[in-house]
Design a binder for this molecule. Structure first.
Ligand code: HEC
Ligand code: HEC
Ligand code: HEC
Ligand code: HEC
Length: 495
């Protein structure tokens, strides 16, 4: 009997033999970089430098170590004429898909170098934008996505540190003027639209200053040595002991594992769920919380103090250990909270206390729909498996949503109703308010239907623990999701 599919394999094999020498010479990335390909693409090193560090004098960006998916997208955009630059459009028009993917993979695996590893110290508008953002203009800190030094987060977010200032300025202006195509999640388009010319100028100089090559900052203001550079604080900036403790409290709040490592070692910091240093109105701000404690709390069945409320977040939300009352860490956090609550009325409940309320969804939350929302609106930053993402220098930039490093089964966030309220008001980061009520409920259900660390109140069995602590309708602890009982798993195994 004639079976045509039996012919397919030998034909594929024959073709691969016939084409392999050709294919290899076309797509070998090291060769293309050094000498170009045989279809007219020039050597990348001609312009980007032998080691692909770029050429600041010619305003040509560095490439080595750049994020892979980002490189693919840029080369395709140049080839399609969507991203405009005569030189690169010419180069990319001579690359085929195989060349593009091979080059992106090869270049992204090269280690980055030639950079100064500390942040520019001299105060400037750009430094403020990069490190703090501008909440009034709705501009998030550049470093909150690009990593603490602007070093990029694989695979989507490019490094920007050390790139020539004129190059960065051109890119931001192109987005601002609608001439550079939408990137991942349209994140940069939206941000660039809010940047003024002065901001673009200054922030480009800030990132260029990471380069060891002075030419990268040509045209930028010459840095004036600040007092702090000289190792002295000016008279009027000598900080009181009180202010030092407040600052320490903020550091602990913003990066808990780094500043309270004995009590938090997972993937989360206080700021991840209480955004903008605990100041953002929609994410249970400290200034609305501090004045209302001591307060009766159902979960604890008693009146608890503000410090005890923070202890709860250490144990459940951070999946860590609570410092004892009076510990310098607790004192610093409380001093910071009191500082930001200055002027609020004691004992008065503000509408901003806690996460904002959210009406019930029209449809019962659903796993499949939730997964779709996750893939489309969350995975870019939080990872395809909810594991979060780290930068090229291994700093955690995007926090995990489930797994060992996430909040545990005792945390408020593990109730999908609470998570939905947070997500609806705050996520996607930089595009809050774009999800529908239904999408927020669906994605919250999906996220909280994944395994995470055990409830620290665990007794005897999952059933017993569920009975004691998980009677709420929006807790999935102890429920079966695709035949796996949530809460019942050793933690290194994730279904
Ligand atoms: C004739 C000079 C020239 C050559 C050759 C060249 N490039 Fe470029 N490349 C540029 C310039 C100029 C830019 C900046 C474009 C802009 O301002 O948008 C650039 C930008 C890029 C970017 C965008 C970087 C980013 O951060 O967004 C990529 C990717 C790139 N080049 C890859 C390559 C590769 C791969 C090759 C070799 C196949 C190559 N280039 C060869 C001049 C060149
Ligand atoms: C919400 C996350 C996010 C924030 C915040 C953010 N970026 Fe970006 N940035 C991105 C992504 C994603 C890309 C890749 C865009 C693409 O795919 O085209 C990018 C690309 C860039 C590029 C292009 C780099 C190149 O090589 O061409 C520049 C420049 C840049 N960002 C500067 C900034 C500045 C300056 C800020 C702060 C004002 C900032 N970004 C804030 C996510 C972010
Ligand atoms: C552009 C990147 C980005 C996107 C897209 C995004 N997030 Fe986030 N998310 C963040 C960042 C950054 C934080 C931490 C905020 C901080 O520390 O200031 C965060 C924090 C969180 C947190 C609290 C901390 C944690 O990990 O438990 C949850 C929950 C969360 N995001 C869920 C989501 C969901 C669900 C979506 C999709 C609807 C989403 N995020 C989309 C960047 C993003
Ligand atoms: C995984 C997310 C998450 C993390 C991380 C987290 N929290 Fe919370 N926090 C919550 C949730 C959820 C609530 C309850 C919000 C509500 O009821 O609407 C809360 C409530 C609070 C409250 C009470 C707010 C009020 O208005 O009564 C304080 C204070 C607080 N957290 C402090 C902290 C501190 C300090 C840290 C770090 C040690 C921290 N949180 C870490 C999720 C988190």
């Amino acid at each position: 009997m004639f079976e045509p599919y039996r012919l397919v394999l030998p034909i594929v094999w024959l073709m691969s033999i016939l084409m392999s020498p050709l294919a290899r010479s076309q797509s070998d990335p090291a060769t293309i970089i050094a000498t170009g390909n045989n279809r007219g693409a020039p050597a990348c090193s001609q312009c980007h430098g032998a080691d692909l560090n770029g050429s600041p004098a010619a305003q040509i960006p560095g490439l080595r170590g750049q994020s892979q998916a980002y490189l693919v997208e840029q080369l395709q955009n140049f080839a399609d004429g969507k991203r405009h630059n005569p030189l690169m459009q010419m180069v990319a028009s001579h690359l085929d898909e195989a060349d593009i993917h091979a080059l992106a993979q090869y270049i992204s695996s090269m280690p980055i170098h030639n950079l100064v590893s500390h942040r520019p110290k001299v105060p400037s508008l750009g430094k403020m934008l990069a490190e703090e953002g501008d909440p009034v203009a709705h501009i998030p800190a550049c470093l909150s996505c690009h990593g603490p030094y602007g070093e990029g987060v694989a695979p989507y977010i490019p490094f920007v540190y050390g790139q020539p200032a004129p190059y960065l300025r051109t890119q931001l202006n192109a987005w601002h003027g609608g001439q550079r195509p939408d990137g991942f999640g349209r994140l940069m388009n939206n941000i660039a639209l809010r940047l003024s010319p002065e901001m673009i100028e200054s922030v480009s100089c800030y990132f260029a200053a990471f380069s060891a090559d002075q030419k990268a900052t040509s045209g930028c203001p010459i840095p004036v040595a600040s007092h702090t550079d000289l190792g002295q604080e000016p008279e009027n900036q000598v900080k009181s002991m009180q202010q030092k403790i407040i600052d320490q409290g903020q550091r602990i709040f913003d990066d808990t594992p780094a500043n309270a490592s004995a009590y938090a070692w997972g993937g989360l910091s206080c700021q991840n769920c209480h955004l903008d240093h605990g100041l953002r109105a929609e994410s249970a701000p400290l200034w609305a919380a501090y004045p209302i404690y001591p307060l009766y709390r159902k979960k604890n069945s008693r009146v608890i103090t503000f410090a005890q409320r923070m202890q709860n977040c250490f144990v459940y939300s951070l999946n860590g250990k609570a410092p004892v009352l009076g510990d310098p860490i607790m004192v610093a956090l409380e001093a910071y909270a009191q500082h930001v609550a200055h002027g609020q009325k004691i004992g008065v409940f503000l509408p901003q206390h806690g996460y904002p309320p959210l009406s019930k969804p029209a449809l019962v939350p659903d796993m499949q729909r939730g997964q779709q929302v996750f893939v489309q609106h969350c995975a870019l930053c939080h990872g395809n498996n909810g594991e979060g993402r780290r930068s090229h220098l291994n700093f955690r930039v995007f926090p995990p949503l489930w797994g060992d490093d996430s909040y545990n089964w005792g945390a408020g966030m593990s109730r999908y109703g609470t998570l939905a309220r947070f997500v609806f008001a705050n996520m996607p980061y930089t595009a809050a308010g774009t999800l529908s009520n239904q999408q927020a409920w669906d994605v919250a259900y999906f996220v909280d239907a994944h395994e995470r660390p055990q409830d620290p109140r665990y007794t005897e069995s999952v059933m017993q623990t569920q009975k004691l602590y998980h009677q709420q309708t929006d807790s999935l602890y102890g429920q079966f999701i695709s035949e796996h009982q949530l809460g019942s798993m050793p933690l290194d195994i994730h279904p």
